[in-house]
Design a protein around this ligand. Structure first.
Ligand SMILES: [Zn+2]
Length: 120
């Protein structure tokens, strides 16, 4: 496996995501202050702040996973499923370089986290 290739992509993502999240968090603080000043528009501002915050949270979650993947590169365990140590599919790593689980275990974990979607 070409770990250097993934390391470069992960480092690029880390840089992009950390500048995004900083800006998004600052933006949502700005919205919050605006809404406090203008009660008439508060519902609109709240929605806008919520949207930004959700995006910031999503980016933060991915950023965390990107950093964990980078530490797995240093530890020499990158590309191995955290559950069984089996190889993570190359196609999957190409699409999601920070993926901590193989497709099978990712599916099991998501099913366990969202039992209500299991019956679909
Ligand atoms: Zn696995």
């Amino acid at each position: 496996m070409n770990v250097k290739h993934y390391k470069k992509r992960l480092l690029d993502m880390e840089k992009t995501l950390s500048s995004h999240t900083r800006r998004e968090i600052e933006d949502s603080r700005g919205h919050f202050i605006d809404s406090a000043h203008d009660v008439g528009d508060s519902s609109v501002a709240d929605v806008a702040a919520d949207d930004d915050f959700t995006q910031a949270e999503l980016d933060l979650t991915i950023l965390q996973q990107v950093r964990e993947a980078l530490s797995r590169i240093d530890a020499g365990t990158f590309g191995k499923c955290l559950v069984d140590g089996g190889p993570i599919e190359a196609k999957r790593l190409e699409a999601v370089p920070w993926a901590p689980y193989c497709l099978k275990h990712q599916g099991l974990i998501e099913a366990a986290a969202h039992p209500e979607t299991r019956t679909r």
